[in-house]
Design a protein around this ligand. Structure first.
Ligand SMILES: Nc1ncnc2c1ncn2[C@@H]1O[C@H](COP(=O)(O)OP(=O)(O)OP(=O)(O)O)[C@@H](O)[C@H]1O
Ligand SMILES: [Mg+2]
Length: 327
């Protein structure tokens, strides 16, 4: 059974001043068991809305979804104890210590107290556990939220931008934590903006755009969809090198001080021979590999599209359609 199944999910928010925003526009997504699944997409593409629908924090306007086999609007209470979630900044008591906050959560959830030390250790907060939460940095609060999500020893973790506000070391810790959790047999669904992180952390990814899934699959498969065959070369006289290659029927362009050469990446020797015959020798030669960021920009349109989407951080829209939702 798939851990999460989303079919034709729609979510429309009514705008305060009339009209509506379509946040999810027929989203299809399948998250199988185990591993880390990355949810990617420009600002406003519907990542958080998807996660809120999955956790029953928002009501879908159409379509269907199941989490651990249950519909969030009906059977979520049967499976919620198997799920750990972190959506936006988690609410904590600022005047209590991190440990006290976890104790309260453990008491509410009737969870064993021994878990608290384990999860504090897991998120590397043990040393500051006795300090008040209001003295924590953003990254420490984020880690405390992760600790809270782990308290129940969940088989499914749903995390919205867990690396938000973390410094590079913190981001790496989260990455290692997610890999470890997956290695323990859990399923992790994680949304992120940090494409290089997703590429290093996730087994599978889905890319959302305007409330739809435009591609999903193994990270390697998704990367191969954007793959360009070719070579990258650093060379002292790029203009002469381009002329020489062109004389041999090979096209090349200079981008950011590197030559992008349209030639099979496993035939570098032939390119070097062409250049050597003109007395030119490369300093550096490697295959032109496409990373997730390139594929993401190719699939979601130009960079301008992403920039435009982030500029459109919608004005104070409200959602009178679902009153009482936690925001
Ligand atoms: N409570 C709300 N009321 C009205 N519109 C909303 C609400 N929540 C989200 N939206 C709109 O729905 C769309 C999708 O938003 P969502 O927060 O799901 O995107 P996201 O992919 O998580 O973006 P980000 O990368 O910025 O976190 C956006 O246009 C957003 O403005
Ligand atoms: Mg979001």
């Amino acid at each position: 059974m798939d851990v999460i199944e989303i079919r034709g999910l729609r979510k429309t928010y009514r705008r305060f001043r009339g009209g509506s925003t379509v946040a999810l526009d027929g989203l299809d997504l399948t998250v199988g068991q185990g591993g880390v699944f990355g949810l990617l997409g420009p600002n406003g593409s519907g990542k958080t809305t998807t996660i809120r629908c999955l956790l029953g924090l928002a009501h879908a306007s159409g379509g269907s979804c199941t989490v651990l086999g249950k519909e969030p609007t009906r059977g979520l209470q049967d499976v919620i104890h198997r799920i750990g979630a972190l959506v936006e900044a988690p609410a904590m008591f600022p005047n209590f210590s991190g440990r006290r906050n976890l104790e309260i959560l453990a008491a509410v959830g009737r969870l064993p107290k021994e878990r608290i030390d384990e999860v504090l250790e897991q998120v590397d907060l043990s040393a500051r556990a006795k300090d008040r939460v209001k003295t924590y940095s953003l990254g420490m609060r984020q880690r405390l939220g992760l600790a809270a999500a782990l308290l129940r020893d969940p088989e499914l973790l749903i995390l919205d931008e867990p690396a938000n506000g973390l410094d590079p070391a913190g981001i790496r810790e989260v990455r290692e934590l997610l890999r470890r959790l997956a290695a323990e047999g859990r399923t992790v669904l994680v949304s992120s903006h940090i494409l290089s992180e997703i590429q290093q952390t996730c087994d599978r990814v889905a890319i959302l755009q305007r409330g739809r899934c435009i591609t999903q699959g193994d990270v390697d498969d998704v990367l191969s969809r954007g793959r360009k065959s070719g070579l990258l070369m650093r060379i002292v006289e790029p203009a002469r090198a381009i002329d020489t290659l062109q004389a041999n029927g090979v096209s090349a362009v200079e981008v950011d001080g590197l030559l992008e050469i349209d030639y099979p990446s496993d035939k570098g020797r032939e390119v070097v021979q062409m250049l050597a015959s003109a007395g030119l020798y490369p300093d550096e030669l490697r295959p032109h590999q496409v990373d997730l960021e390139t594929v993401f920009l190719q699939l979601t349109g130009e960079g301008a599209d992403v920039a435009a989407a982030s500029a459109d951080q919608n004005p104070p829209d409200q959602d009178p359609g679902t009153p009482g939702e936690p925001s």
